[in-house]
Design a protein around this ligand. Structure first.
Ligand code: NAD
Ligand code: UGA
Length: 482
């Protein structure tokens, strides 16, 4: 194989990573045919929808990239076997959630989808196929993949007629909401492997738009472990700053001032020091728990405990915020209306996986709150699934407590705008840093609320002076003065 031989790529998994990553590869490499395949028919239909606002993943700029390449050299389909057979490089970009039962439940990654892919590739591949782990995987998963591939196709003496495989690790570092920028201008691309030709073939794909010095080559295990470690380090910074935020609140310090003071130290750096309601997203918690599991597995309980504390602090921060809302509202939210602004785990995405809003909303529902939820991108059906509770119909803004409210049963309903959500509320709780929440007219909103009313700003996006002018009480994460 020469490094220029990649002509056909198949990506198994058309999710948050597979879809955008392959769209950018197809956009930047017009001579490579890219097939993105998935078992989920409705997801594939959405990727093929002529209306680009219906793509299954919301990412700024994604529609433009997909519109340039789709139908030319970017294709979405459910024909998994055929796409594998046709490809000279197969990316595995399927979900690897935390196991919910069995050995390692609650910590280890559930690799059933990855293994199913490996078996399918083993069955369908033809000629030499480079198999690329794009999913985030525990260290040494490549051994399992290789074993499955080789068991199905033992090498035969006549190399020209045999089916053969190289396995590479190429973890993805994109963050949701900035996926297209991250893919088009990555800090680095990491390729782990032992087969130099395969590594160079993949490097050549990225070389279409990524400067050579940003393409790092390592062994397989370093690459797999680097992905888990990168997420663990990022999440650790958030837990660290959130722990300091709690200290700021009781000492009169301001976490933003502290973050700036420490972040200007070039050894610490300023990024990922934003205190908030804790990290969400599909990966931070899952990947740290995986690291915890691996550490135990390899007989390193102290290492496991160290990383476990990052997750524990995060959970604590979320419960701390819901407790604080209850305490400030005279010790009870039963029957009270609380507006949640934002449900996605961060701004500029419709993804709610592990969103802090889920745990906080559940706590408040448990306390009997009536939640009006507004998020510019999250569908109400998704919120209902996350809360495991169907939406109620919205009561009239000024109506007294409903029967359900008086019985202490928590309910929620979706709102179409901030004004609608806030009407009749005792408190507003900001959980996602959507830009539109930075510019709210608090004087008008205050006139719609039941007084005395609170603003709980878990993302520190409001202007405290404007909230005070509106006669509202304010709690801001990490603000010892609020
Ligand atoms: P996702 O759940 O959005 O998408 C995975 C897709 O794989 C689903 O559509 C599912 O139907 C499909 N799938 C599963 N098994 C299949 C099979 N055998 N054949 C065909 N399709 C199959 O997941 P995601 O967020 O794209 O994450 C994928 C991987 O990338 C995970 O390992 C994750 O940890 C990692 N990752 C995610 C992000 C992120 O921002 N979401 C970033 C970096 C890495
Ligand atoms: C994260 C990493 O940033 C990516 O590099 C990685 O590829 C990805 O996980 C993954 O493996 O899935 P993502 O979860 O999409 O990306 O988003 P982040 O921007 O990292 O935010 C994660 C969570 O941390 C969000 O809930 C965000 O609000 C929170 N956060 C982030 C803070 O609370 N404070 C900060 O300063 C930064």
């Amino acid at each position: 194989m020469t490094i220029h031989s990649i002509r056909k790529i198949c990506c198994i998994g058309a999710g948050y990573v597979g879809g955008p990553t392959m769209a950018v590869i197809a956009d930047r490499c017009p001579e490579i045919q890219v097939q993105v395949v998935d078992l989920n028919e409705s997801r594939i239909a959405a990727w093929n929808d002529p209306d680009f606002s219906k793509l299954p993943v919301y990412e700024p700029g994604l529609d433009v990239v997909v519109s340039r390449a789709r139908g030319r050299n970017l294709h979405f389909s459910t024909e998994v076997d055929a796409a594998i057979a046709d490809a000279d490089m197969v990316f595995i970009s399927v979900n690897t959630p935390t196991k919910t039962k069995g050995l390692g439940a609650g910590q280890a990654s559930d690799l059933r989808w990855v293994e199913a892919c490996a078996r399918q590739v083993a069955q369908c591949a033809q000629g030499h196929t480079i198999v690329v782990e794009k999913s985030t995987l525990p260290v040494r998963t490549a051994v399992a993949i290789k074993t499955i591939l080789e068991a199905a196709h033992p090498q035969v003496a006549d190399a020209s007629s045999s089916t053969s495989f190289s396995v590479l690790s190429n973890p993805e570092f994109l963050a949701e909401g900035t996926a297209i920028d991250d893919l088009e201008s990555p800090d680095r691309v990491l390729i782990g492997g032992a087969d130099q030709e395969a590594i160079e073939a993949l490097a050549a794909v990225y070389g279409h738009w990524v400067p050579g010095e940003k393409i790092l080559r390592t062994n397989l295990w370093s690459s797999e472990l680097s992905k888990l470690t990168a997420n663990a380090f990022l999440a650790q910074r958030i837990s660290s700053i959130n722990s300091v935020a709690a200290l700021c609140e009781v000492t009169g310090a301001d976490v933003r001032e502290v973050a700036k003071a420490i972040g200007t130290d070039s050894r610490i750096g300023s990024k990922f020091l934003q205190a908030g309601p804790g990290f969400g997203g599909s990966c931070f918690q899952k990947d740290i728990l995986n690291l915890v599991y691996l550490s135990h597995h390899f007989g390193l309980p102290e290492v496991a405990d160290y990383w476990q504390s990052v997750v524990s602090l995060n959970t604590w921060q979320q419960h701390r915020i819901s407790r604080l809302v209850v305490q400030k509202l005279f010790g009870t939210v039963t029957g009270k209306r609380v507006t949640l602004l934002g449900f996605a785990f961060k701004a500029d995405t419709n993804d709610t996986r592990e969103a802090p809003a889920i745990r906080i909303a559940r706590d408040l529902l448990e306390e009997g709150a009536q939640l009006a939820i507004y998020d510019p991108k999250v569908e109400s059906e998704q919120i209902a699934r996350d809360l495991n509770l169907p939406a109620s119909s919205a009561p009239a803004a000024q109506a007294g407590p409903t029967r359900a409210a008086l019985s202490g049963e928590g309910t929620w309903w979706p709102s179409n705008s901030v004004d609608e959500a806030v009407s009749g509320s005792d408190a507003v709780l900001i959980l996602t840093e959507w830009n539109q929440f930075r510019e709210l007219d608090w004087t008008t909103l205050a006139s719609l609320m039941r007084q005395p009313a609170w603003v709980f700003d878990a993302r520190a996006v409001v202007d405290p002076a404007r909230v005070a002018e509106a006669g509202l009480m304010l709690w801001r994460v990490g603000d010892g003065d609020a």
